[in-house]
Design a protein around this ligand. Structure first.
Ligand SMILES: [Fe+2]
Ligand SMILES: [Fe+2]
Length: 286
């Protein structure tokens, strides 16, 4: 079974409408004009869909940050892209990233739910469970709008709800899908105070206490990494590169996960004048 994890697509549009710039989006737009639009090559969407026609994944997991400043026009691009992807792979699951709830206004208007809710069939808006063949998928929403920062958040009731699901699982293999990594620092990245997940330590403790092997998939840090939790050896974390990124030391890409009996094999893909599958990644020991 072939599962793809894509994240941080960051479809973008630049707005000059002052009504939309009366909040944090003003900073986001300045960042877009001066930097980010050069690094997010959204025109690669077509070549990715073509690649998928050959790769034929069974499931695609989308780890959030599909937009940049949560505008309707960005959501329309993201929704159109997923509609095309769904013609190749019908089984798509999507969770939000912090950029998808970029402003309080975007959350109030329910843009994520309006444009992408069909890929996010949550019985609970923060935690959901799906059985995919013999693999359990637990989706965790770890985002909320912030006035200035990019902090994520997971509350105790949501951790408790996830714990209850994890304890009761019958499946052999478990994937937890979230936007924020639960490790603040690995050899590949460090998340500062304003960009990290509030509640990550008790989340790790909860996942560790479940006792069974868990593959924790995240995005947000814009770099591929793969390692075991240094304290809770049953938890392996993979962070995936932004799909359309192009920056000197941070190539874009995605992660292919091959479910093999009771094991997951991890293959990062990168983009360098074309999509390239790298050799199998083995987890760094914490
Ligand atoms: Fe991102
Ligand atoms: Fe993010």
């Amino acid at each position: 079974m072939r599962i793809l994890h894509i994240s941080d697509l960051h479809f973008w549009t630049i707005t000059c409408n002052p009504f939309y710039l009366l909040n944090k989006r003003l900073i986001g737009n300045l960042n877009l004009v001066t930097r980010r639009r050069r690094h997010i090559r959204q025109e690669r969407a077509g070549s990715f869909i073509e690649l998928m026609k050959g790769l034929c994944p069974d499931v695609v997991l989308v780890g959030g940050d599909l937009t940049t400043t949560a505008l309707d026009s960005e959501y329309e691009k993201a929704s159109g892209f997923l509609s095309r992807l769904q013609t190749v792979c019908p089984d798509i699951y999507v969770i939000p990233g912090n950029h998808d709830y970029y402003t309080f206004e975007s959350q109030r208007k329910g843009r994520f739910e309006k444009y992408l809710g069909r890929y996010n069939p949550l019985s609970d808006p923060f935690v959901s469970y799906h059985s995919i063949n013999d693999i359990a998928l637990v989706c965790l929403s770890t985002v909320r709008p912030n006035l200035f920062s990019s902090r994520g958040f997971i509350s105790k009731p949501h951790r408790d709800a996830a714990q209850k699901i994890l304890w009761e699982l019958q499946e052999q293999q478990v994937i937890v899908l979230a936007h924020y990594p639960c490790l603040y620092t690995t050899p590949e990245y460090h998340t500062g105070l304003t960009r990290r997940l509030e509640g990550a330590l008790p989340l790790r403790e909860m996942l560790g206490g479940v006792g069974r092997s868990i593959l924790y998939l995240a995005g947000h840090v814009h770099v591929f990494s793969h390692g075991c939790d240094p304290v809770y050896a049953n938890v392996t974390q993979v962070t995936t590169a932004p799909l359309f990124y192009e920056k000197n030391k941070q190539p874009g890409g995605f992660t292919e996960i091959v479910a093999d009996k009771d094991d997951f094999k991890i293959f990062p893909w990168t983009y360098d004048e074309g999509w390239t599958r790298c050799k199998e990644s083995l987890p760094a020991q914490g």
